[in-house]
Design a protein around this ligand. Structure first.
Ligand SMILES: Cc1cc2nc3c(=O)[nH]c(=O)nc-3n(C[C@H](O)[C@H](O)[C@H](O)COP(=O)(O)OP(=O)(O)OC[C@H]3O[C@@H](n4cnc5c(N)ncnc54)[C@H](O)[C@@H]3O)c2cc1C
Length: 479
């Protein structure tokens, strides 16, 4: 008898864990294929530290071939899935196409930046959902400080040293907290900026930072941010973004060249194309993570609406904690469906949250115990090291180096503004000139200071269509 074919789409928290669980359960008795556009698992929670120069980019990646040896890796993005024929059609990195047949399918394609219909935002803001965006932001911030240092005009210096972050969930809060430390260190090496303290604004429509977390964490984060000099503006958002700055909902116009969009995420548009029932854009599954009426299809992580058995009537939030554990349950239940035991429902109680605020500061509530200051910092970093499925020593080494050496103020300029548009179904990949994903709706580089020395054109030729047509999916806050 031929071995069952299992295809997993997406190698993030959920897909990576599902693959690892299945690899161990199957022991060579099944063909496990992992389809992912990159050859690495990305540890997203440490992305703010990449953008602020604490960690080098490869530290937050874990090689798929290096860790999942019993799994076949296919580089590519799923485009069309034929549920009746049980096939997944994909496009590879060199625009080659292929088809994978399956007996069991695990959908774990994650999420993408959430957009709001605010004039100018799609053109002038950058998201924070993938490694290219983090690399872009690190370079962009460094470049703004360097351009400010050489500017004759005081207004330009101030504008270039002003940074606006929208969305005070854990992503935006960490980006602003780390960002202020980063720009403070950059300006220290610029004598002409010695009298100019970079200005960071953190905006949110909610009445407190970290609105989705325990209030005690919000209070800690709010205090640390304000003490550090970040302007926390709650109940405030952006009314319009322009090449020169942002108009806030309270009427103030802020001159800036940097708008970081961290208002949340929405499920990857891939799930919308299946024609299956959705819950606010996420693929509806039962407690065993199977799609109703399609028992051979499983879904988990941000892309799936998983009933929260701890909070009946609700769905589990889009967090790494849930995605990681759902991946394990999906892996076990796939094995069970192939004769390896009984399927189990997904059930998980929140174990707390950690928010790294840079330096020795953090806000954390492990097992519901609120912590701040150095203890929270230690718990937070210890948690990340324990949670990473690899590369721990390199991450710890970077933290150690960052504690004793100044940050490197060098911009490589390899990721251009137009190659990381906010509106993309593939935040994990930077667009390339002339490629299939070349910008089709403009470069969005108007105020982003892409004046570096790369020979890449500022406006990419529009030669193709993006991976998935962008459906008008209802959005889901992941922050
Ligand atoms: C900056 C940031 C910080 C965060 N910090 C925290 C935190 O501190 N704690 C926490 O709990 N959560 C955090 N989150 C949220 C958490 O990272 C997500 O909830 C989690 O990554 C979801 O896991 P996932 O497997 O569903 O998706 P992902 O981890 O995003 O993985 C999805 C995978 O699918 C791939 N993929 C996408 N489309 C396709 C396709 N068409 N074909 C093939 N592959 C595809 C992607 O490349 C990716 O590898 C953070 C998120 C961000 C962006």
């Amino acid at each position: 008898m031929s071995r069952p074919r299992i295809v997993i789409v997406g190698a993030g928290f959920a897909g990576f864990r599902a693959a690892r669980t299945l690899e161990r359960a199957a022991r060579g008795r099944a063909d496990i294929t992992l389809l992912n556009p990159t050859d690495y698992f990305l540890y997203l929670p440490l992305l703010p530290q990449v953008a602020s120069g604490v960690l080098e980019a490869r530290r937050v990646t874990v090689s798929l071939p290096g860790t999942l040896r019993g799994v076949r890796h296919v580089l590519g993005e799923a485009g069309r899935i034929d549920l009746d024929a049980r096939t997944v059609h994909y496009t590879g990195p060199e625009d080659d196409t292929g088809t994978l047949s399956y007996d069991r399918l695990v959908l774990a394609a994650g999420s993408v930046n959430k957009l709001l219909p605010i004039p100018g935002v799609a053109e002038h803001a950058h998201g924070f959902r993938g490694l290219p965006e983090a690399l872009y932001l690190r370079d962009h911030i460094t470049r703004q400080v360097e351009l400010a240092a050489s500017a004759d005009n005081a207004a330009e210096r101030v504008a270039r040293c002003t940074f606006a972050v929208v969305g005070a969930g854990y992503t935006g809060t960490e980006v602003a907290a780390h960002g202020q430390l980063f720009t403070d260190s950059l300006t220290r090496s610029q004598p002409s900026l010695k009298d100019l303290r970079p200005r960071w604004l953190l905006l949110d429509v909610a009445s407190r930072v970290l609105p989705e977390l325990d209030e005690r964490l919000s209070r800690t984060a709010d205090r640390v941010l304000r003490e550090r000099g970040v302007e926390v503006r709650t109940e405030t958002s952006v009314k319009e973004a322009t090449p020169d700055g942002v108009l806030l909902t309270d009427g103030e116009f802020v001159d800036t060249r940097t708008l970081v969009w961290c208002v949340g995420v929405r499920p990857d548009p891939l799930v919308d194309s299946l024609g299956l029932p959705l819950e606010r854009g996420r693929l509806l599954v039962g407690p065993t993570l199977q799609v109703p009426g399609r028992p051979e299809v499983f879904a988990c992580g941000d892309a799936a609406a998983v009933p929260d058995l701890e909070n009946p009537g609700q769905y589990t939030p889009m967090t790494a904690q849930h995605a990681w554990r759902q991946g394990q349950v999906a892996g076990r239940n796939v094995a069970a469906s192939l004769g390896g035991g009984e399927p189990r429902p997904y059930r998980h109680r929140n174990l707390g949250f950690v928010v790294d605020l840079g330096g020795a500061q953090a806000a954390a509530d492990p097992l519901g115990i609120p912590l701040s200051g150095v203890p929270a910092g230690l718990v937070t970093r210890g948690y990340h090291l324990a949670a990473m499925p690899g590369n721990r020593v390199r991450v710890a080494a970077d933290w150690l180096l960052d504690a004793v050496l100044p940050r490197q103020s060098v911009q490589l300029g390899l990721v251009r503004s137009w190659s990381v548009p906010l509106d993309t179904a593939s935040p994990e990949l930077a667009r390339v000139p002339g490629g299939r994903r070349a910008a089709s709706s403009g470069p969005g580089a108007a105020h982003t200071g892409d004046t570096g020395n790369s020979s890449a054109p500022l406006v990419a030729p529009s030669t193709g269509t993006p991976k998935n047509p962008r459906p008008d999916t209802p959005s889901e806050g992941g922050q």
